[in-house]
Design a protein. Structure first.
Length: 274
């Protein structure tokens, strides 16, 4: 079967407004799969849809929905009720702040959990039964190296990404022998617009047009993702992050947390903790 036969006729990409989400949506369209583009900003979604239309013959549909709001999953289900969704990609939920847990409102952490944990779980529960019935389909949930161990300035974010990783692994264990590919994709530092804005705001790069030092290219990340859709449950993206996770295997959990604290301090330009 072709890629579209296996994963089509429609895919839903959450977080499709820019960065890895938009690139993943474009990659799906180039492989013959129609794409539902989901994010908060309608104008940006329209731009992504126009780009896909100019490069491929795939159909698109846009859904401007705030995934941090209650009822988001129900609205998505309603907006796709007439489509056969054979592929679900969840790459929403970056943390634009990188600041201490107590420095922000509790509502921000609650919104992070809603967006990164509740909604992907709800969407998988909604869309996966039909995939199982057809004995084909795919689910990709984007994780982060921040979810590998606890660290400061990303308390709720790191915890939510740990949830995503284990959730994808457990879902793979239940669905991979039913014809549904499930992949937890663990990303390290990636050259996205959100990262550029964050590092520019903190004076780490001179312009939001600059590439953050050490950041992986989006095309490389997406390339690895498509190459490893059937290599679940977890795929660590990039040689550097794969090497780091191997090193982490030799450390205790306490040592890992201290290492994450040192890395966070270095990122903030602060003195390293004792």
């Amino acid at each position: 079967m072709t890629f579209a036969d296996t994963y089509g006729p429609w895919a839903l990409v959450a977080g499709a407004s820019d960065g890895v989400g938009a690139a993943f949506a474009t990659g799906l369209a180039e492989r013959g799969v129609n794409v539902v583009l989901l994010a908060r900003r309608q104008d940006v979604l329209d731009e992504v849809a126009a780009g896909i239309a100019s490069r491929t013959s795939a159909q698109t549909r846009t859904l401007a929905i705030d995934l941090a709001q209650p009822g988001a999953a129900a609205a998505i289900a309603e907006g796709t009720g007439d489509l056969e969704i054979g592929f679900l990609v969840y790459c929403a939920g970056a943390d634009p702040d990188f600041k201490p847990f107590l420095a922000g409102p509790l509502a921000a952490a609650e919104a992070m959990v809603q967006r990164n944990c509740m909604v992907p779980m709800q969407l998988c529960h909604h869309f996966a039964p039909a995939m199982v019935a057809r004995a084909r389909g795919g689910i990709v949930i984007f994780g982060s190296g921040a979810g590998l161990a606890g660290g400061p300035n990303m308390v709720a974010y790191g915890a939510s990404k740990a949830f995503d990783m284990v959730f994808a692994e457990a879902l793979w264990a239940e669905l991979h022998d039913k014809g549904v590919d499930v992949l937890g994709l663990i990303l390290g530092k990636t050259d996205t617009p959100a990262l550029r804005r964050l590092e520019h705001s903190r004076g780490q790069i001179d312009s939001p047009d600059d590439v953050p030092p050490g950041a992986a290219a989006v095309d490389d990340v997406i390339g690895e993702a498509f190459e490893n859709l059937s290599n679940g449950p977890t795929w660590i993206v990039g040689e550097d992050l794969r090497a780091a996770t191997q090193m982490m295997g030799s450390l205790t959990r306490n040592q890992l947390v201290r290492l994450m604290a040192q890395a966070s301090a270095a990122a903030m330009g602060a003195d390293r903790p004792e």
